[in-house]
Design a protein around this ligand. Sequence first.
Ligand code: PHE
Length: 448
Amino acid sequence: MNATTKVHAQWSSRMGFVLAATGSAVGLGNIWKFPYMVGESGGAAFVLVYLVCIFLIGLPILVSEWLLGRRGQKNPINTMRDMAEKNNASKAWVLVGISGVLGAFLILSFYSVIGGWSLAYIKDAVVNNFSDQNADGIAAIFNGLLASPAQLLVWHSVFMLLVIGIVARGVTKGLEGAANILMPALGVLLLVLVAYGATTSGFSQALSFMFSPDWSQLTGKVVLSALGHAFFTLSLGMGIMMAYGSYIGEDIDLLKTARTVVIMDTVIALAAGMAIFPIVFTEGLDLSSGPGLIFVTLPLAFGNITGGWLVGLAFFALLSFAAITSAISLLEPVVEFVEERSPLSRATSTVVSGFAAWALGLLALLSFNVLGDVLIFGLNFFDLLDQLTSKFMLPLTGLGGILFMAWHLDKESVRQELNLDIYDFSLWSLLTRYLAPIAVLVVFFTNL
Ligand code: PHE
């Protein structure tokens, strides 16, 4: 069957869809990236701007992507092409789909490197490496990992192989089942860690760092990072949610479902911060230690509580699972793209795409050690891939999606599809036609 005639299967239930979308959204972005960005950006001011971005920009874009996907019933590139044609819009809209696929590919390359760190820490927990270590000992474990290209290579490769293996076996099957149990388990474990944090002396300082804003910390750069991260954490601007949308049945209420997914994603991110910052303050660690933050803080907790190795094992296993479900969703659109535009079978397309992302990931991996001094625009490869995608490609692609939805689709049909009355719909229009796009553009241009 060629892709334009492909008839999609649908999620078995609303729950299945929510789990799959949450599986894509909740991942390293929430637990690894969000806390260190909060730390680097000075705390609560960043958190509040992030929350505004999530609810006023992220949520409507999520709904737009699902809506376009459900109407298009195809992969993001063909969906955008068909929808543009049907609605007499310019062919150039297909760029939204293309840049989405490219973004997913670039993110996957470095995402797998960090997923590899998480796998490496499963091993460390199992061999009880964290027990009775002080902050210096834990930092040494992390620095040892970063300094070793061989170790990083092994874990990056294992992570990518897992992802390739799962994607090669098909779309919906692998996604629904396990997430049912494991995602809630991750949530519970985070709460346990927050409870542990609450017993430490740094807890109240951590809370005020996260929630009581010092507005002097708020710069244009901080706002752009918050905005970029809102896209990253909700998997927006990559055609991923559009692709998922093509599997949603007509009976699913997009706004309600989006609200559920966005709230779960946000709660997990905030919980991760509340688990990590008490340790940072209690131990007097560096707030701005960047991508290593969770790897030098949480193991201190695991080393200090009885049976901590088991808690550590469970934590990194669940984090790895969350990372894998997100990585699957990153590989999926790339595979579809390759499969459709080449004579390769699905399995071969998966291997080829995964291998290409793995190879690019090597540059990210080496930028933590031997290529650390190689800078492009002042950034090493890892930072370059991260910033290019989060701060440029995702916001602009997401903007494309929402503009298309708000300006090119028939308004009345959108209103009915979203189940909004006239008043709520005028609010929705105001938000999607003007407020959200203008906010993205303003943030974007003040930073250029
Ligand atoms: N949203 C995922 C996370 O927070 C990462 C991701 C980004 C997944 C983009 C898919 C697409 O970890």
